[in-house]
Design a protein around this ligand. Structure first.
Ligand code: F6R
Length: 242
């Protein structure tokens, strides 16, 4: 596990955008694994800037997002489909038919999860996976106690995750209770993983992920077993490392 500690969130996001651009230059048809959430917003801004400057193209890439809320259709303003269109897809040259997220409003969510897992396998698995980190150690929506070999499936969100994400919804009760998420096993099959965490609120869980035991109590700790992981932190998120 390579750990890069940056002065600011801006330089950390630049670094991640640089890793993306490098990978796409080497292998334009890379299968990207994408994440949503606050941490990713600066990264997507930086990727858009690189695209607009003619330094990076997603024209041959494909992308699979980590997760989607069960029950939210793609046009719902709080869906991850909506987030991705607003924050990235509408501003770069990724083909719309090459961008995939689980369908939150599929009539059979379990079947949709199985279909999504199969689609990732068919694409040859993820080449470069981008991850944020939940304050409870989740990656994707693999909450603590998730099986460390799990595949894409439905997960019940913890209260703390629903509280953390309530800022995107009108009320806490509007935050869905279930999500379809890539499994930890799905994520671990990625050739390369880049995890990004910012702020003092993540410092404790960052230390657990990097220095603690590998445990389902902190799902991100399984990344210690992955052969190619880069963790990109700002100073505050790194402040509890030994
Ligand atoms: C998002 C996702 C989550 C977030 C995590 C951190 O698709 O799967 O694991 O990456 O909850 O979210 P922020 O960045 O909002 O702190």
């Amino acid at each position: 596990m390579k750990v890069l500690i940056h002065e600011t969130q801006g330089t950390a996001a630049d670094c991640v955008a640089g890793l993306f651009a490098e990978r796409l230059a080497q292998q334009p048809e890379t299968v990207l694994g994408l994440a949503t959430g606050g941490t990713m917003e600066t990264v997507y801004e930086r990727l858009i800037a690189r695209f607009q400057a003619g330094e990076m193209s997603l024209a041959k890439a494909r992308s699979f997002n980590l997760d989607e809320y069960v029950g939210l259709p793609p046009d719902h303003p709080c869906s991850y489909w909506h987030y991705m269109r607003e924050k990235l897809f509408n501003h770069v040259d990724l083909r719309p038919d090459h961008a995939f997220l689980p369908k939150g409003d599929a009539p059979d969510a379990e079947a949709e999860a199985a279909r999504y897992e199969a689609a990732i396998v068919d694409a040859g698995d993820i080449g470069l996976q981008l991850l944020g980190l939940g304050a409870n150690g989740h990656i994707g929506f693999n909450e603590p106690t998730s099986s460390l070999t799990s595949l894409t499936r439905i997960k019940t969100l913890t209260r703390s995750t629903r509280e953390a994400n309530a800022r995107y919804f009108e009320t806490f009760d509007d935050v869905p209770r279930l999500a379809i998420t890539m499994g930890i096993g799905t994520i671990m099959r990625a050739q390369e993983v880049v995890l990004l965490a910012f702020g003092a609120g993540k410092a404790e869980v960052v230390a657990q992920m990097i220095e603690g035991p590998v445990s389902a109590a902190c799902p991100a700790s399984i990344l210690q077993m992955h052969r190619k992981v880069t963790v990109v932190l700002d100073q505050a998120a790194a402040s509890r490392l030994a």
